[in-house]
Design a protein around this ligand. Structure first.
Ligand code: C5P
Length: 220
């Protein structure tokens, strides 16, 4: 393992941290904070699926058609910087293209290469601990109740002056959970050796502190 005394990853070591969980569980925030704390790069793998979903829609394809979705995996790199990828609607498209095994296979090597870079990495997603990096040094599975997740997403969206009701968000989240957990290929589930963290009753900073402590505990 590779943690130095200050918590940074020791040179030449490979430390892979997998952070999985359902939508709006706080896994992205936690993954970024862990990466900053340990000084390793972080990949939001959901963004790749969002880019595919957005690109297939923009090019007139059908997100439910495997060949259309596969073709959209060749999205332009600069699309990853497009703020529209963060929209709820794009999340829905991402969830639809992500059920196709062809799409998952097309995005796999990119994610594995990121995970295996020298010095290690943090990746957040749905199948990091189960498929992308099954040998990750630390696996966290971040979850929270649907109501708590809908509330957080609602606050975030109304903060960006987007008009949407809590009920609508709760409905979308429940639909996405169902699609992500029930798909045949790489369904959302905690790896058997993952540490499950329920953040329903935790504030942002508490959740981050608990996750960092969990990584330190697992690697010491
Ligand atoms: O994490 P985020 O909400 O951005 O992910 C969008 C969608 O992409 C998820 O609902 C899921 O269907 C898909 N996804 C996936 N595997 C990942 C990351 C995201 O299937 N590793």
């Amino acid at each position: 393992m590779g943690l130095g005394e200050g918590g940074e990853v020791a040179q030449g070591c490979l430390m892979i941290i997998a952070v999985d969980g359902p939508t709006a569980s706080g896994k992205g925030t936690i993954a970024k904070a862990i990466a900053a704390h340990f000084g390793v790069p972080c990949l939001d793998t959901g963004l790749l699926y969002r880019a595919v979903g957005w690109h297939v829609a923009q090019t007139g394809g059908d997100p439910d058609n495997a060949q259309d979705a596969l073709a959209a995996c060749a999205f332009p790199e600069e699309l990853l910087d497009n703020p529209e990828l963060r929209n709820e609607a794009t999340g829905g498209l991402a969830s639809r293209v992500s059920v196709h095994p062809e799409v998952r296979a097309a995005l796999l090597e990119r994610q594995r290469a990121f995970a295996n870079q020298p010095g290690g990495a943090v990746l957040d997603g749905r199948d990091i601990g189960t498929v992308i990096a099954p040998d990750a040094d630390v696996k966290l599975f971040i979850t929270a109740s649907v109501t708590a997740r809908a509330e957080r997403r609602w606050l975030e969206m109304t903060g960006r002056e987007m008009e949407i009701s809590r009920d609508e968000i709760e409905h979308d989240i429940a639909m996405r959970d169902a699609r992500d957990t029930q798909r045949k290929d790489a369904p959302l589930r905690a790896a058997p050796d993952a540490l499950v963290m329920d953040t329903t009753a935790l504030g942002r900073d508490e959740a981050i502190a608990a996750a960092i402590a969990a990584v330190e505990g697992a690697t010491s």
